[in-house]
Design a binder for this molecule. Structure first.
Ligand code: NAP
Length: 261
């Protein structure tokens, strides 16, 4: 079934690291043309090279800041110079900023999370929709277990991912008549730059997060994305919740498992 992705055009936001970078490589390995966006161009170029090496039909990368409508529109204008259609849109760009309670929350952190996880996804979707082919196109949004379960210090991130979940459902309804499929892939704890960004570059604090249990890898999540995007046109994967075995819920972690795997 992966052969169905050969020569397809796959657009991935937030492809400079973590899950987006792993997805670029795996869609590349499936023979797709990959179009990559993020703010850090040096890292984006590395992802493009890895996707090319993996077997991508072609790779293309361009600066993208999903918090800016102007940047999104410039990005899509550039995409139109490459192709007149995008088969798969992956809204992956996003993340968490800070772990403060609401009482101690910072405006800049709240705004960054709402801008990237909610408004960025909306901007990218609005701009890409005219390029998605009817009856075959796919939008895959990256949500989180945080959109389904709240935790202390996660009010805005959890709220943003809960919004992502409902935006996905609304889009699914809005696009039902077009045959464009819409789904969400919601991971639990995944080892990426996520915690480094959340803790503003504090490596020690970020590493501690991933020492608790054996987390998912970015490749684990990318594999689920490739699977969802390679179903035949009459199959829509509405949602995937993918968790580390040792994390049964946000607050339920088997810390003893760290030594077993
Ligand atoms: P990551 O390694 O920090 O990757 C985040 C990506 O998003 C980077 O490529 C970053 O690129 C990009 N990004 C952030 N803000 C952006 C902006 N304004 N414009 C364009 N790109 C932007 O973390 P990750 O874990 O792979 O995160 C990917 C997605 O998975 C996020 O939506 C995150 O919320 C979600 N998720 C992560 C986990 C986890 O435990 N890691 C669990 C559930 C869901 P630049 O900085 O170069 O722009």
């Amino acid at each position: 079934m992966l052969s169905s992705l050969k020569n397809k055009w796959v657009l991935i936001t937030g492809a400079s690291s973590g899950i987006g970078a792993a997805a670029a490589e795996q869609f590349g390995a499936a023979g797709a043309n990959v179009i990559l966006g993020a703010r850090r161009m040096d890292k984006l170029a590395n992802t493009a090279a890895a996707a090319e090496k993996a077997g991508a039909a072609s790779t293309h990368h361009h600066e993208l800041d999903v918090t800016s409508t102007q940047s999104v529109e410039a990005f899509i204008s550039w995409v139109r110079t490459l192709t007149q259609h995008v088969d798969v849109l992956i809204n992956n760009a996003g993340g968490a900023h800070g772990l403060d309670t609401v009482a101690e929350g910072k405006d800049a952190d709240w705004e960054a999370m709402i801008q990237s996880n909610i408004l960025g996804l909306l901007r990218m979707t609005r701009a890409t929709l005219p390029l998605l082919p009817q009856h075959t196109g796919i939008i895959l949004n990256i949500g989180s277990i945080a959109g389904r379960q709240a935790y202390e210090g996660g009010a805005v991130y959890c709220g943003a991912k809960a919004a992502e979940r409902h935006i996905t459902k609304a889009l699914r309804l809005e696009l039902c008549e077009t045959g464009v499929r819409v789904g969400t892939v919601d991971p639990g704890m995944t080892e990426t730059e996520f915690s480094l960004v959340r803790f503003k570059g504090d490596t020690e604090r970020a590493n501690e997060v991933y020492e608790e249990i054996k987390p998912l890898t970015a490749d684990d999540v990318a594999e689920a994305m490739v699977w969802a995007a390679s179903r035949p046109p009459h199959v829509c994967i509405d949602e995937i919740l993918i968790m580390p075995t040792a994390q049964a819920a946000i607050h339920k972690k088997n810390t003893a498992s760290r030594n077993n795997v």
